[in-house]
Design a protein around this ligand. Structure first.
Ligand code: AVJ
Length: 313
């Protein structure tokens, strides 16, 4: 693979994560073409309630969102295959001219861009391949813009990363732009753990796919049989800690990074966190980033929230 500025950034982030304690892989490795397909399968699992709760909220609130934002451009960060975006595209049909899906997975992006372009011929679909933590400067500027970040993907970020990301976004947004966030809420531990450990092994296959991707792209030598799938709820941080645990002590090399990684028996490799939120602290975080929370909508069961925020005028 050719080393571009983008892969260089990812490679260096991967090096830092693998040398951290605990060892970690950046979650971006989850979303190659196969990983994006597996994630689509996750969204249909009975215990993975997130997309359905978000759909319930968007279904009820999208016309209000449309009235309040009158968006001409809809930017969607981490769009993936973007099933819930259609609620927004439908509701915004009176003002919307352009849809800009933004994702790291080129394949998922192309597939969803084509599907949306076919279903919404009046809208110009302008996909951007990028990492929302690095490439926010590349967004088109025809306002009013609505920037949507759905599915609780923001839960993948650590608190400091989240703060930096929201602050960077606040600087990008103009007076008539708005931000729409989907966030998963703290709830019963049993339900959270069930959402990340299904009996069919789809979630496990999705997480293990990060090892396949790094083996392929970084010439790493991870062996699946030497790791167990190990997701758990971390009550102190209020996030799901999702990763793998080494079954025996062994060494993994990551040739393209020049790393030899020694795993002890029982040592973990974290692949992602999935933070869960509470209203008060989440809104405080928005304000600290320079954003004004304007609406907090939840589903009937209070499982999930959709948040509308503006840059302060
Ligand atoms: C795509 C980050 C929202 O955290 O729920 C699902 C990823 N990982 N099952 C989540 C995921 C395992 C998902 N996000």
């Amino acid at each position: 693979m050719l080393e571009t500025a983008a892969t260089h950034g990812l490679n260096e982030a991967t090096r830092r994560s693998l040398q951290a304690v605990p060892k970690e892989l950046p979650p971006v490795w989850l979303y190659d073409a196969r990983g994006s397909r597996l994630y689509d399968e996750i969204t249909r699992l009975p215990d993975y309630y997130l997309p359905r709760r978000e759909a319930e909220i968007l279904w009820a609130r999208s016309s209000l969102i449309s009235e309040r934002t009158t968006a001409r451009t809809l930017v969607e960060l981490g769009s993936g295959s973007a099933p819930n975006t259609r609620f927004l595209l439908d509701a915004l049909s009176g003002t919307l001219e352009r849809y800009v899906p933004f994702d790291v997975s080129e394949q998922a992006l192309q597939d969803s861009a084509e599907a949306i372009a076919a279903a919404y011929p009046a809208i110009s679909v302008e996909p951007v391949v990028g990492d929302f933590e690095r490439d926010l400067g590349d967004l088109p500027d025809a306002g009013p813009r609505l920037v949507a970040f759905l599915g609780s993907t923001i839960g993948n970020l650590y608190p400091t990363q989240r703060a930096a990301f929201l602050a960077a976004l606040a600087l990008e947004l103009g007076d008539d732009d708005a931000l729409l966030l989907g966030v998963d809420l703290v709830k019963d531990v049993g339900r959270l753990e069930a959402a990340y450990d299904d009996p069919w092994g789809v979630t496990e296959a999705f997480v293990r796919n990060a090892l396949r991707a790094t083996n392929r792209e970084l010439e790493a030598t991870f062996e699946q049989e030497r790791f167990d799938y190990d997701p758990f709820w971390d009550p102190a941080h209020e996030w799901m800690d999702i990763g793998l645990r080494a079954l025996e002590s062994h060494v993994v090399s990551v040739r393209r990074l020049g790393l030899e990684l020694a795993f002890a028996e029982g040592e973990r490799l974290r692949v992602e966190i999935s933070a869960k939120f509470r209203r008060e602290t989440f809104e405080l975080g928005l304000e600290r980033a320079g954003l004004s929370p304007e609406a907090w909508w939840t589903d009937a069961a209070d499982d999930f929230a959709v948040v509308l925020a503006h840059p302060p005028s």
